[in-house]
Design a protein around this ligand. Structure first.
Ligand code: HMG
Length: 393
């Protein structure tokens, strides 16, 4: 029985900063951002946006689609919420989401963490679950806010976003294969101790570890599957910034696909980079936003095409896996919604970006109402006695 992703959608925050504006104010050459790392803008969250509100917004098109088609959302009996932007050390962010979206009490919820990789762990767990209980569906969430210290090389690679995907039997979007390649290695390339709100990173080292990991995960994949590089039509990589995927793809092709032209290699990934260039890194969500970008921005019919996915999470765990797009997959796309959501973001000037960056959720246990900034359906309205308060508009 085929198992895979039945529907997928993403959401990002309502504000964005042009990296030319960042460069003009921090003394960098703008080409270092636009060409060197291949980024144009980054999404910036308002005070009333967090991983829960972004995730809930990402779920809306999926739930509306189920409603329109007369499908029972109670078939979703599990929510797996992948994030490294945890809002609580104990309570899963997904429980807030469960309440905001009025899921049945007969739906289990759990949070998963391993840097940017955990959404892929969630997806793999979901496929195994559905293979065992084919009538049930699993909602997989990836939601993160990438945040580095100001005036560091990481600052230009910030961003945020959330992906929601429904995993089911006989999926209408993509069937996933069970063979995967894995590489796990204890390294300190990027991490965030519990007492910090920004990540620590050994930037250049992290890019080297990423490349080592993609090669090793691919080698393991080759042990598990008969598929060769030439059997793939498109590739989606974890996207801390778009140049990283280009480097990873060339690295993988080097040794596997000498006969492919530079243009063919570029065509295999270029559509997957479009949304990342204007949203920035969204950690767990980044590769899946790349997948949505490929689907939304490719005019040709991709039914029957095979996609290779490389998911990377610092620390580090990487996994290479694959899937094939289903006939009429276009019926499940939310391209217009994604594009109008991206266009409706409010561009920030540098001063406003600095103000928004400086905002931190108060920790004094008092009652605090947050400024109404987002135009999304869900808001974090404030915090009272250490309890986060959410609202549906
Ligand atoms: P940096 O020091 O700002 O930049 O760090 P650089 O000096 O290395 O320059 C970057 C590129 O721009 C170079 O190209 C330059 O030559 C080029 P490359 O050698 O790489 O091909 N350049 C220019 N190009 C055109 N015109 C110019 C110009 N100037 C320079 N004028 C770095 C860059 C990515 C290290 C930094 O932004 C950083 O630390 N980012 C955060 C860490 C990161 O994103 N790592 C990626 C791999 S790890 C990962 O993906 C996991 C992660 O998502 C977290 C998780 O798993 O949870 C981060």
């Amino acid at each position: 029985m085929p198992v895979g992703i039945d529907d997928i959608s993403f959401y990002t925050a309502n504000f964005s900063l042009d990296l030319q504006e960042l460069a003009a104010n921090n003394g960098s050459n703008a080409a270092k951002y636009t060409v060197g790392i291949g980024q144009e803008r980054m999404s910036v969250p308002g005070a009333d946006e967090d991983v829960v509100t972004m995730a809930a917004n990402a779920c809306v098109p999926l739930l509306e689609g189920m409603k329109t088609r007369g499908e029972d959302s109670n078939a979703i009996k599990t929510i797996l919420f992948a994030t490294e932007t945890g809002i609580d050390q104990s309570k899963a962010a997904g429980v807030y989401l469960h309440s905001l979206l009025k899921f049945s009490p007969r739906c289990r919820v759990v949070e998963l963490k391993q840097a940017c990789y955990s959404a892929t762990a969630a997806l793999q767990l979901a496929t195994a679950w559905v293979a065992r209980k084919p009538k049930e569906k699993v909602l997989v969430i990836a939601s993160d806010i990438a945040r580095y210290e100001r005036q560091t090389p990481g600052e230009a690679t910030q961003g945020c976003g959330a992906v929601a995907m429904i995993v089911s039997a006989n999926p209408r979007l993509i069937v996933l294969d069970s063979e995967t390649g894995i590489h796990t290695e204890d390294v300190m390339d990027f991490w965030r101790p519990n007492y910090r709100s920004t990540a620590l990173v050994d930037g250049k080292y992290s890019t080297k570890v990423y490349l080592r990991c993609v090669r090793s995960a691919w080698q393991d994949f080759q042990q598990q599957s008969d598929l060769k590089f030439a059997d793939f039509d498109y590739f989606c990589y974890h996207l801390p910034f778009s140049r990283m995927a280009q480097k990873a793809h060339n690295h993988l092709a080097n040794g596997n696909a000498h006969e492919l032209s530079t243009k063919t290699l570029e065509d295999q990934i270029s559509s997957s980079l479009i949304y990342n260039r204007i949203t920035g890194n969204s950690y767990t969500a980044a590769m899946y936003i790349g997948f949505i970008s490929l689907l939304d921005n490719t005019a040709a019919n991709l039914a029957g095409k095979r996609i290779g996915f490389f998911s990377y999470g610092s620390g580090s765990v990487g996994e290479f896996f694959t899937g094939t797009l289903v006939e009429d997959y276009q019926d499940m796309l939310h391209q217009q919604g994604h594009q109008s959501m991206l266009e409706s973001r409010q561009p920030l000037n540098y001063a406003d970006y600095q103000k928004m960056y400086a905002f931190e959720v108060p920790t004094d246990g008092g009652d605090h109402e947050f400024e109404h900034q987002t135009n999304g359906k869900f808001r974090l309205t404030g915090i009272s006695q250490h309890k986060r308060l959410y609202q549906v508009r």
